[in-house]
Design a binder for this molecule. Structure first.
Ligand SMILES: Cc1cc2nc3c(=O)[nH]c(=O)nc-3n(C[C@H](O)[C@H](O)[C@H](O)COP(=O)(O)OP(=O)(O)OC[C@H]3O[C@@H](n4cnc5c(N)ncnc54)[C@H](O)[C@@H]3O)c2cc1C
Length: 426
């Protein structure tokens, strides 16, 4: 069987429950990674390449299913993470913003600005890479909880596809389970800002495809989606992703997303298109990211520690960067422990949240706050008027400036004058 072929992706491990011996706990693996999303698979591969014994599990039995993410990325991220052609569904070079007045504003660049990925194919490819690096991959298994099993190991309870229960012992566990934060749990207090999204994959005619290809289109204003936005992204030729999402506002009754999606379909004349897939999900972040990133030997990664950005509802590249940042720290911590320097290992890992905050940067933080303010306030005609002014201000920009704004969070590029509108000060 060829390394990394789909058959290799789903084998079962001998996971008999271990009974710890006094002072000596047999390890099933050095690191258990829970969640084969972008962050978990990338981390698992890097750890295995550094020589660690890694098990990667996911509750999905097929990583191509439940492909909830629209998966739009800037070109720089496609290059930086070495994403192969087979995970790229389409490339795009322009932006189109449709405001509350229904007017389409369009910015086109000469160069590709980014890609829309096939999220299922991305997950499959990343897990294949991990598997080739020596990671033992276990699909269809759900982690239900983990607890300390002495000073140097953890036990994680797993539920298998046929309802079987197993207990896996590892030196470390990484919670890369996305916004569900399955093992770390929700951050304390009410600090979590959450959004929900629904997306349909449509089969469309050539003429319809050409109207929306080569650009990312967003629909902004309370008449499109209250406290959120709608979008149409090009997938493979003849296919479009159409979706709506909004931030959750406990203080307000919000219309059903499904109704807003139907409205978007009707207003863009795509109601008759064949629906190939319906998916959706939740995206959440504490924005200031001050939540604990670990609990003893349990570490959080990716969306599980709020690396998703709510401005454009995107987090794949941040999840991948977080994995690349954590991998060398964890490898070094394991090495130090093996050399009897457990305290140094613990000190090293305390740097992880600080380094991650620094890597995401102040712009990431500011954009998260702008997102909360902007999306939550888009609920009435007053905010629509403010948005109209902002869109008018953007007309002088180039497509590249919009990319810099939405992906590099370079607000100053199109003038600080627009900031107060975004912040709701005017
Ligand atoms: C509607 C929507 C649209 C989006 N669009 C974009 C976009 O255009 N661009 C972009 O960059 N980002 C987008 N995102 C966000 C992006 O998909 C996430 O930020 C990214 O996938 C996070 O990666 P992750 O590895 O941290 O978590 P995830 O991708 O969520 O992976 C977590 C994995 O853990 C598994 N899992 C969960 N619980 C358990 C458990 N108990 N046991 C075992 N396995 C478990 C899940 O099955 C999943 O495979 C979107 C999100 C949503 C909801």
């Amino acid at each position: 069987m060829a390394p990394g072929s789909p058959e290799r992706l789903n084998f079962e491990l001998p996971l008999d429950s271990q009974i710890p011996l006094a002072g000596q706990v047999p390890l099933d693996c050095q690191v258990l990674v829970v969640g084969a999303g972008p962050s978990g698979s990338r981390l698992a591969a890097a750890l295995a390449r550094a020589g660690l014994d890694v098990v990667l599990i996911d509750r999905l039995s097929d990583l191509r299913s439940a492909a909830f993410s629209s998966a739009a990325l800037p070109m720089a991220a496609v290059r930086r993470f070495g994403l192969p052609e087979r995970v790229v569904a389409s490339l795009w070079s322009g932006w189109q913003l449709v405001g509350p007045d229904d007017r389409q504003r369009h910015w086109q660049a000469d160069q590709h600005q980014g890609a829309v990925l096939d999220f299922g194919a991305l997950r499959q490819w990343l897990a294949g890479e991990a598997s080739c690096a020596g990671v033992r991959l276990l699909l269809g298994w759900r982690a239900q909880g983990c607890h300390s099993d002495g000073p140097s190991s953890l036990q994680t309870m797993l539920l298998g596809p046929g309802g079987q229960r197993r207990c896996l012992t590892s030196g470390w566990v990484v919670d890369a389970s996305g916004e569900s934060r399955s093992l770390l749990g929700k951050p304390p207090g009410n600090s979590l800002v959450s959004g929900v999204g629904v997306e349909w994959l449509l089969q469309v005619s050539d003429a319809q495809w050409h109207s929306w290809s080569d650009r990312l289109s967003f629909f902004l204003g309370s008449s499109w989606v209250q406290q959120g936005y709608g979008w149409i992204f090009p997938m493979a030729p003849g296919q479009l992703k159409l979706g709506v999402c909004r931030l959750l506002d406990p203080g307000r009754r919000q219309p059903a997303l499904a109704a807003e999606l139907q409205q978007l379909l009707a207003r863009t004349e795509l109601s008759g298109a064949e629906v190939l897939d319906r998916h959706g999900g939740r995206i959440s972040s504490t924005i200031n990211r001050e939540e604990p990133h670990s609990r003893g030997r349990l570490l959080g990664l990716g969306d599980a520690v709020s690396t998703a950005n709510l401005l454009g509802g995107e987090g794949i590249r941040h999840a991948l960067s977080a994995a690349e940042l954590l991998a060398p720290l964890l490898v070094e911590a394991v090495r130090l422990e093996a050399a009897g320097q457990g305290r140094r290992a613990a000190r090293l890992l305390r740097r992880y949240p600080i380094q991650l905050r620094r890597a995401l940067g102040w712009r990431w933080n500011l954009s998260g706050r702008l997102a909360r303010r902007t999306w939550l306030s888009l609920a009435d005609q007053r905010s629509d008027r403010r948005l109209q002014l902002l869109l008018k201000g953007l007309e002088q920009c180039r497509a590249e400036d919009l990319s810099a704004l939405l992906f590099d969070y370079r607000f100053e590029r199109y003038g600080f004058k627009a900031l107060p509108y975004l912040l709701g000060w005017r």
